[in-house]
Design a protein around this ligand. Structure first.
Ligand code: PLP
Length: 434
């Protein structure tokens, strides 16, 4: 193999890494990668539209989309061509400079967010970084030191860096890393009395996800968001919406809060924004909020780089011009109706193509079993990628271009996947008992 710098011809990446079986890659993975993700389910080598292929040539319908990231599926031709041409023109500049794609993307985000004049954008590389910026923004709303408290909800997931982790509720994620940044209070999900009790003149900000994705696709109760806006406004606290998972068309509108009448003080984005390319963003609404972080108070080397912002511009352009939001609404509705009609499914939640559903426990499967994880395994064997955020909950966050026909193949297969998962668990129990 020889890789000559600046050779004009394109070369497949397999020339750099070679080809191998899934099992061989996984053995090398466990020898070389940190164990934070456990063992990967498969080794994926290629994607096209809503499908991916593993190292052994097996095809999967991707109903998870890289966890709500691959908004336009895999290898989207327009996104790919824009990324390639930007990279071939100007791949990176430091933030001592700007670039046309960075400016154009900021303007586009302010337009689709209906942000009032004086609103601004900060670019990062991920959801946790967008929330880290939001955390620092909140800290600047300090009223000469009188405000020190930040409020978040039980069940919340805002990321894994130390500030975002302080906002994240799950003990298993937090406790190994104590002490976390102080001052964050978690209140019971959807409880307006608890909200009223905590939002006061010492509160810097309230962080909310419109739909808690990692908790199992749990939407805020009706009326909660409007009341949260009223209370934060009255108390002088910021309302910061985390739309990292729900934003950029995922729920069938540009943002999940669209149409609610609520204008937040800030909103974080990532996941689908780059159509698979890493990028995060924090939008600050209005001049006052946008002035909270001043020159030198925050920064990043890669954030807002020309390629990431070009990828996001191509993604937003495609969503806007190709009827993608209408597709999300129609196929999402179709999937939810199909799931609700199955006797094996006891609850269906979510909006657009962010869907969570709970499974009935089949006879013979014990209460404590991670039944949903067994359905994920059965799905992989049958060529479907889905995710289990809870022991009886499955989540779908497919590419926004999923067709009704593709959705139907999953709906038709699901009863068999559930039966196969139940059989796998009961067989295992029998063997262990034997
Ligand atoms: N916020 C929400 C609502 C998320 O769902 C996630 C990721 O799942 C994050 C923040 C963190 O994003 P990232 O993994 O890009 O850091």
């Amino acid at each position: 193999m020889s890789v000559t710098p600046n050779t004009p011809e394109t070369r497949p990446v397999s020339e750099l890494v070679g080809t191998s079986t899934g099992a061989a890659w996984l053995a090398r993975y466990s020898n070389s990668l940190m164990g934070v993700f456990g063992t990967p389910q498969r080794v994926l080598v290629r994607g096209q539209g809503c499908y991916v292929w593993d190292a052994d040539g097996k095809q999967y319908l991707d109903l998870l989309g890289g966890i709500a990231v691959n908004a336009l599926g895999h290898a989207h031709p327009f996104v790919t061509s824009v990324i390639s041409s930007q990279l071939a023109t100007l791949g990176h500049v430091s933030n001592f400079f700007t670039s046309p794609t960075q400016v154009a993307l900021a303007e586009k985000l302010l337009e689709i967010a209906h942000a009032p004049s004086g609103s601004k954008v900060f670019f990062a590389n991920s959801g946790t970084e967008a929330n880290e910026a939001a955390f620092k923004l909140a800290r600047r709303n300090n009223d000469g030191g009188r405000r020190t408290k930040i409020v978040a909800l039980e069940g919340a997931f805002h990321g894994r860096t130390m500030g975002a982790l302080a906002l994240t509720a799950k003990k298993a994620y937090r406790e190994p890393f104590a002490p976390l940044p102080e001052g964050v209070v978690h209140i019971p999900f959807g409880d307006l009395d608890a909200l009223k009790a905590e939002i006061d003149e010492t509160t810097q900000a309230l962080f909310l996800e419109p739909i808690q994705g990692e908790a199992g696709v749990i939407p805020l109760p009706a009326g909660y968001l409007a009341e949260a806006r009223r209370l934060t406004h009255e108390a002088g606290a910021l309302l910061i919406m985390d739309e990292v998972q729900t934003g950029v068309g995922r729920t069938g509108s540009w943002f999940a809060i669209e149409g609610s009448g609520v204008v937040p003080d800030a909103m974080s984005l990532a996941k689908g924004l780059g159509g698979g390319f890493p990028i995060g963003a924090l939008i600050t609404f209005g001049a006052e909020n946008s002035a909270l972080l001043t020159a030198g108070q925050h920064g990043t080397t890669f954030g807002g780089n020309p390629v990431a912002t070009a990828a996001a511009l191509a993604t937003l352009h495609t969503i806007e011009t190709q009827g993608v939001l209408a597709n999300v609404r129609a196929v999402g509705e179709h999937l939810r109706a199909g799931l609700s009609a199955l006797p094996e499914v006891v609850a269906v939640r979510g909006s657009g193509l962010l869907i969570g559903f709970d499974l009935a426990l089949p006879a013979g499967v014990p209460e404590g079993a991670n039944f949903a994880a067994a359905v994920v395994d059965a799905g992989l064997s049958a060529g479907f990628i889905v995710n289990a955020p809870g022991p009886r909950t499955l989540r779908l966050a497919p590419p926004l271009i999923l067709t009704a026909e593709q959705a139907d193949t999953f709906l038709a297969a699901l009863p068999q996947l559930i039966a196969a998962a139940a059989a796998a668990i009961t067989d295992k129990l029998e063997k262990e008992g034997a």
